[in-house]
Design a protein around this ligand. Structure first.
Ligand SMILES: O=C(O)C(=O)C[C@H](O)C(=O)CO
Ligand SMILES: [Zn+2]
Length: 273
């Protein structure tokens, strides 16, 4: 598991493209069969990617967690970001996950096993102080919120899976946003939320296309050019929004001080620099 330390906003102007990507972009989540994990000290979020080959893949307990099982003091969200069906076994109980479906795994689960030849599963984990039940949800079970317009090139549907009125958790909040065909912009007008770190994982993007993701303080933005299956860590002080050269979907997930989706600081487009 790669460990990334926290970045102060004052460091951003000192970083070149390579430096920015090394701090905020997680590129190799789905580089081949197996599991890859990155631990961010921003709100202690762990993101991961699983590519299932011939054999099932187990969730390990990497040394930096100093735990006998990954979920000893954590909770986990899993989203199927591929096209192949997957199954997730949690201490002997099996949950099927079709494309874009989600599983929440509560603190204390000991054996988490991913299977389904060719499946791609995205993982986000936050620290947890209590046990909430393990639950699965399909897009139809999530609360859809339609936002944007054709003229704004930002028609999209936000499906909230793990949140205060959906699948309950300690601090993890997670959902999937699907852009309408022909729409390019997500999260514009953009925002920050000083009490939560957010991570975006872009998917459903053809390999020859990219998302130009904006990050940084509203008055000092930078961009990251992001491919399918890559994730961006967005610290509490950073905006997070982007436009694609093609429509796409993304998993957004947050951890931190509270779970209130609307506890955020909106940014007026005219104030962006
Ligand atoms: O398309 C959007 O707008 C989003 O998906 C926004 C995220 O859900 C978000 O930033 C939550 O804080
Ligand atoms: Zn946000």
């Amino acid at each position: 598991m790669e460990v990334r330390h926290a970045t102060a906003p004052s460091e951003v102007p000192t970083l070149d493209t390579t430096g920015l990507r090394a701090r905020f972009l997680v590129e190799d989540l789905f580089a081949g069969p197996g599991i890859r994990l990155t631990y961010s000290h921003h709100d202690r979020l762990v993101v991961g990617g699983v590519v299932v080959g011939d054999a099932p893949v187990d969730l390990p307990a990497p040394a930096p967690l100093r735990a006998s099982a990954f979920l000893d003091r954590r909770e986990l969200g899993v989203v199927n970001v591929g096209t192949a069906d997957a199954a997730v076994e949690v201490d002997g109980r099996s949950f099927s996950l079709a494309a874009r479906e989600c599983l929440y795994v509560g603190r204390g689960a000991r054996v988490v096993r991913f299977s389904g030849d060719g499946a791609r599963l995205y993982l986000v984990s936050t620290a947890a102080h209590a046990v909430h039940p393990t639950r699965r949800a399909a897009l139809a079970d999530a609360t859809p919120v339609k936002l944007g317009s054709v003229s704004g090139s930002n028609e999209r549907t936000i499906y909230k899976y793990i949140h205060a009125d959906g699948i309950r958790s300690c601090q993890l909040v997670l959902g999937v946003t699907v852009l309408a065909d022909g729409s390019m912009w997500n999260t514009m007008p953009c925002h920050t939320h000083d009490r939560r770190t957010e991570v975006y994982c872009y998917f459903d993007l053809p390999p020859e296309h990219r998302v130009v993701h904006l990050m940084g303080r509203p008055d000092e933005t930078r961009n990251l050019i992001v491919a399918d299956g890559e994730a961006v860590i967005s610290p509490p002080w950073s905006v997070h929004c982007g436009f694609g050269t093609h429509s796409y979907s993304f998993v957004w997930a947050m951890g931190g001080e509270n779970q209130a989706y609307d506890d955020l600081e909106p940014v007026d487009v005219r104030d962006l620099r």
